[in-house]
Design a protein around this ligand. Structure first.
Ligand code: TYD
Ligand code: MG
Length: 259
């Protein structure tokens, strides 16, 4: 039984997905399974992925989604992650995307943290986000620190910067009927929405070291949403819910809870 399940979602990032997979395979902690959830990427991307599949720790799944109209019905990465959670065998869960590169000691350090802090259920690390253009020139870099116990994780902690005990997911499922929220109004902030759910119960504990590198590329959902010319994918998405809304709700929720 692998100690940790790493869930990576992938869709059409041929330039990055190989580096993302290598970031996982190069971990100093080796007892993991990598659930590689591909959302029916183009052939170019699948060609990059294929050679890595000889590593038995990788479990590869591919969806059969075809049309854009199907992609906008649900938050696709949430759907894939929910499927992966059901298949996962690890005591701990860690999330990855096809445009994020884990630094080599990430898993080792996060597992050690959770072992040494049996009352903490979720750990997060600092991370570096780079916005890059199509030539891979870095346009902007932002470091997200991990300094405080965080009860407002939405939009201040990244998708790929956390690890949690798998056992806690039952409470999330019991309250909302799913793990990650598949409602397409949360396409832009799907991780923030999941963290919002977690923060109803538990805070995120800091491990203040940069343990992953995140890339915002020209094909990122985030980038597409803010582009001048809206493409078909963005045109068909429903209006997107916001970080502000999630954070405001949590502030009130906690005040209510503490009174
Ligand atoms: P990404 O484009 O990286 O968006 P962001 O701006 O939020 O970084 O997409 C996030 C993840 O979602 C990524 O791993 C790819 C996955 N994804 C799918 O699985 N299916 C899809 O149809 C889309 C658009 C994305
Ligand atoms: Mg991304």
């Amino acid at each position: 039984m692998p100690r940790v399940s790493i869930i990576m979602t992938s869709y059409n990032k041929p330039k990055f997905v190989g580096k993302a997979i290598e970031g996982v395979l190069n971990q100093t902690f080796t007892d993991f399974e990598l659930l590689l959830m591909d959302d029916n990427s183009n052939e170019e991307t699948q060609e990059v992925i294929r050679p890595y599949l000889i590593d038995k720790r990788i479990k590869y799944y591919q969806s059969n989604i075809q049309e854009i109209s199907e992609r906008v019905k649900k938050v696709r990465y949430a759907v894939l992650i929910n499927e992966a959670i059901v298949k996962s065998k690890g005591e701990f869960i860690s999330y990855a995307t096809d445009d994020n590169i884990y630094r080599p000691t990430r898993i080792e350090k996060m597992i050690r943290y959770l072992e040494e802090h049996p009352n903490s259920n979720i750990v997060y690390s600092a991370s570096k986000t780079s916005h890059i253009d199509k030539y891979e020139n870095v346009l902007k870099e932002v470091i997200r620190p991990a300094k405080q116990v965080q009860w407002l994780a939405s939009c201040v902690i990244d998708h790929c910067s956390i690890m949690h005990r798998k056992a806690i997911l039952q409470d999330v499922y019991d309250k909302w009927g799913s793990y990650w929220d598949e409602n397409p109004e949360f396409y832009r902030v799907g991780d923030a929405r999941f963290f919002w759910r977690l923060n109803h119960f538990w805070p995120f504990h800091p491990l203040n070291e940069e343990l992953d590198d995140n890339y915002i590329t020209e094909t990122s959902i985030h980038h597409q949403l803010f582009a001048q010319e809206k493409n078909k994918f963005v045109e068909q998405l429903p209006p997107q819910r916001t970080c502000t809304e999630l954070r405001e709700y949590l502030r009130t929720y906690q005040r209510g809870g503490m009174e």
